[in-house]
Design a protein around this ligand. Structure first.
Ligand code: EPU
Length: 351
């Protein structure tokens, strides 16, 4: 285990925001993960497990404990089963699977972050969720300091949710993800954007063409990390799409001047695109508040215009949440994980 002190966290996040970690450990194998956990415990220090840093907002004051960066590497394939170490880059893993002729992840191309983060929020995009292919997740159970293999059914997967970010938050460290992929599968083209992209084509696209299309669509929305592009300094979608009862949707639709977009959700509920609510509440694409802005390409991403602070992001977040609630009686929930903030999502006072 490599250990450093006072390490700036901003470079480890796609937002490029955040103060230093008191301690910072890099784990390249499972023993180092245990060693780091013990180190934190001996000092009574809080622990934060860092993956790809693509879904995080780190406080300006940083994190007062140990940040454990998961750098475990390696992908093993046995037939249609793939076992990927948590520290592998997600998009590289998707590309590898497709190169080998396996489908199931093509719509999840171009998502920044690491493999280990994907089961935590059950990453999803363009008609697929990782829970559709994950068979089990190898974890370190922090209650007993033992490793175990949690079958998918025990992970409680739902929209942007699992036991890892809800009922058992903070209990497990993901070290490996096992997925069953489908050899020579046809790409899933259920999402409207993808259907539009391939409309009029006589032959179905290959997995690689579908993945390339997803990357292109993500790029147009500023949801692909491209070095040097300002709109990419974000944590992707900043809010979850709220799932509301049908009745509430009808009430909103009754007051709106034109059709309110909706996605299917579980029976009796409707998912409303948060981006639409944000725009209707007055925050158009490109809306600026100091060094923070609503992305000019997608209203659901807040971006760091350069030099932004976590405090600045929180200020815009609070304004948007208040405006959407006042207009629609819907309370938006942020999607990124907050690190170094108090329980209310407000920054801790320094020191
Ligand atoms: N819309 C707007 N303004 C915008 C963008 C979108 O009003 O600037 C409305 C439109 O009505 C549009 C609808 O929102 O039809 C949906 O937009 P989009 O297809 O871009 O998807 P989304 O619901 O905003 C979700 C995920 C994304 C994922 C896409 C594609 C969440 C919180 N976000 O976004 O995931 O890539 O679908 O599947 O579920 C992420 O989680 O970080 C992320 C990027």
């Amino acid at each position: 285990m490599q250990l450093r002190e006072q390490v700036a966290l901003a470079p480890y996040t796609t937002f490029s925001i955040g103060g230093p970690a008191r301690w910072f450990a890099e784990a390249e194998d499972e023993n180092s993960v245990v060693e780091a956990v013990r180190f934190a415990r001996e000092r009574g220090a809080p622990l934060f497990v860092l993956g790809g840093g693509s879904n995080l907002l780190v406080a300006d004051e940083g994190f007062p404990g140990l940040v454990l960066h998961i750098a475990l590497k390696g992908v093993e394939q046995k037939g249609d089963m793939f076992h990927a170490a948590a520290g592998e880059n997600w998009d590289d893993f998707v590309s590898l699977a497709i190169e080998r002729g396996y489908g199931g992840l093509e719509c999840l191309a171009g998502i920044p972050g690491s493999v280990g983060g994907t089961p935590v929020q059950n990453v999803g995009a363009y008609g697929q969720e990782v829970s559709g292919t994950i068979t089990s997740v190898r974890v370190l159970d922090l209650n007993h300091l033992t490793f175990s293999e949690l079958p998918a059914a025990a992970c409680g997967f739902a929209y942007r949710r699992s036991i890892f970010n809800s009922s058992h938050r903070g209990r497990f460290v993901v070290t490996r993800v096992s997925l069953r992929l489908r050899r020579n599968a046809n790409p899933v083209l259920s999402y409207a954007d993808l259907k539009r992209y391939f409309a009029g084509r006589a032959t179905p696209p290959t997995l690689a063409e579908a993945a390339a299309a997803v990357r292109e669509i993500r790029h147009a929305k500023g949801m692909l990390l491209v070095e040097g592009e300002a709109d990419c300094r974000s944590a992707g979608s900043f809010f979850k799409n709220p799932v509301v009862p049908e009745k509430m949707y009808d009430e909103i639709a009754a007051t709106a001047a034109f059709a309110v977009p909706r996605y299917a959700a579980t029976r009796g509920f409707v998912k409303i695109p948060a981006a639409w609510l944000v725009e209707q509440a007055g925050y158009h694409k490109g809306y600026v508040l100091g060094d923070v802005a609503v992305s000019s390409r997608h209203a659901l991403a807040l971006i760091n215009r350069g030099g932004a602070t976590a405090r600045g992001v929180v200020a815009l977040r609070d304004q948007i949440v208040a405006s959407v609630e006042a207009k629609f009686q819907v309370r938006l929930e942020p999607e990124p994980v907050l690190v170094g903030f108090g329980g209310d999502g407000q920054a801790r006072s320094a020191g």
